[in-house]
Design a protein around this ligand. Sequence first.
Ligand code: 5AD
Ligand code: SF4
Length: 575
Amino acid sequence: MTSSDTPRRALPVLDLVAPSGPPRDAVSSDDPRLNEYRPDTQALPAFHLWTLGCQMNQSDSEEMAGRLLAAGCSEAASLEAADLVVINTCAIREGAEQKVIGRQGHLARLKAANPGLRVVLTGCSVREAERDGLARRYPAVDLFLRPDEEPELVERLGLASAQGPIGAGSGLATGPVGATTMLGRRVVGAADNLAGTRAAAVDGGLLARTSAISAWLPIIYGCDKTCTYCIVPFSRGPERSRPFDEIVEEARGLAAAGYREVTLLGQNVNSYGHDLAPEARFGHITTERWAGRRIDQGSRPDLAELIRAIDGLRTGDGVPAIPRLRFVTSHPWDLSDRLIDAMADSPSVCEHLHLPVQSGDDEVLRRMGRQYGIQHYMERLQRIRRRVPGIAISTDIIVGFCGETREQFDSTLRLLEAARYDQVFAAAYSPRPGTPATHLADDVPPGEKRARLNELLALQEGIGLERNREWLGREVSVLVERIVPARSHEHATADDDAEIPVTGAAAGGDGAADQAAAGEGRGVNPGPGQVRLTGRTRQHKLVHLAGAPDLVGQFLTVRVQRAGAYALRGTLAQP
Ligand code: 5AD
Ligand code: SF4
């Protein structure tokens, strides 16, 4: 049912080309094929965006929400109240896809009650090579869009034409959408259009950012790595860097709008810039990359140059205009000395690095196609810890990868003891269709995967607790992010299969570590006029505290009084 009595327009769905056809032209608002869908006087649909997966998906959803709002749609109060449901999927593990498959019945019932309801499915589950099977897996869905087709959403629903200026001539370039490219022998979406559509969305004010404090800033789309277990290159295509100046301009705009924290996003941010044209102003950059063969990156910008430029945006009194700068995700293989130096030299860059290791065993890493060994990884870790004292390190681990022996798993446990991570996101290996690892035997039984995951959890819980206890009694700077609703279980990442710490969904749990982190907050006792607040330190540690509601968005000095394995608790040092 819809939220109001206003008759709503049933949305047309335009699938203008055969799903895996050749490259095609952009859909523009004056396309005659849209004529039969021109809007009537009824209200535009209320939409609900359901976002799963990583920060890149969250960022993409902000763009889609912005486009829908600019087209005149409103946001529904819930999925059940919507006329348009857009599901932004994650495919990193089967479990993430199952969450959406498992909701098809519910969506079908909603459609039966509201025949005007349309369901769009996008994100990493929409892969060109598997287009044919999508309708069977997701029977309640009307329109499938690959990640690189998301900027088309409004046009494909026939909504842009309803509002006149959206679309052609509005600065909202739709570009040559739908272009495809090959990865090996497979067709994947090419992210060629995304840099352009992003810039147009930023310029046109078509981003509905979910936070007024922290902003996502995509810098590179796609992934060129060849990790054998990973679906991302098949869903997001090869790497495409956004132009250097456009990123710096977006950051400048965020600073002017008062954002306190910016996170640069990419499946592998460390690759930033290698595909851009060389320029004389970057002549001092001589980095080389190895990707099976030598790639000369000379005279092209890199992540180090980019973070120095963003850090260089200063206020009148010379402090960084964006106080906190972060970036995810880094691949250990090309974590360059230049980047480490830039982190050390840039006061706005937070003392936290997410550096996925995946396994502590060289043979397993080789089968995973990770292109580094543990010795290299530990050398990088040592170097960054030397150059950025007190830096917190988090990682991702896959347990039970093809052929992982007990001894090889033990190497991962030994690695955790040696690396002493602040946080570990771990999951059991989940074979993904079409990835190279499907040619290897998935031979660690599910029960054994679960047991290894739990063992890893128990070990890391102790290490995480020890790491957090190092903060007891110290004063830390906390950027307050939100008010915790009364009796909330703080399931902020319950949908986020890719981001659940070690007790996560792969173990059959439901973000148990999130609950443990929230548990830390239950000891917070707000006084009169106070609420429960959470924020993060520069090291990305979650901190619970009590304070006035208007502290959200502010930097506070907090004294740490309690440390759990997943979060800290403290009190205001300076009320
Ligand atoms: N199975 C389990 N975990 C995976 N990841 C990526 N692909 C898989 C897979 N097939 C994990 C990796 C990655 C994180 C985002 O998800 O650890 O770093
Ligand atoms: Fe993000 Fe990877 Fe999931 Fe895609 S598959 S949403 S890139 S985590």
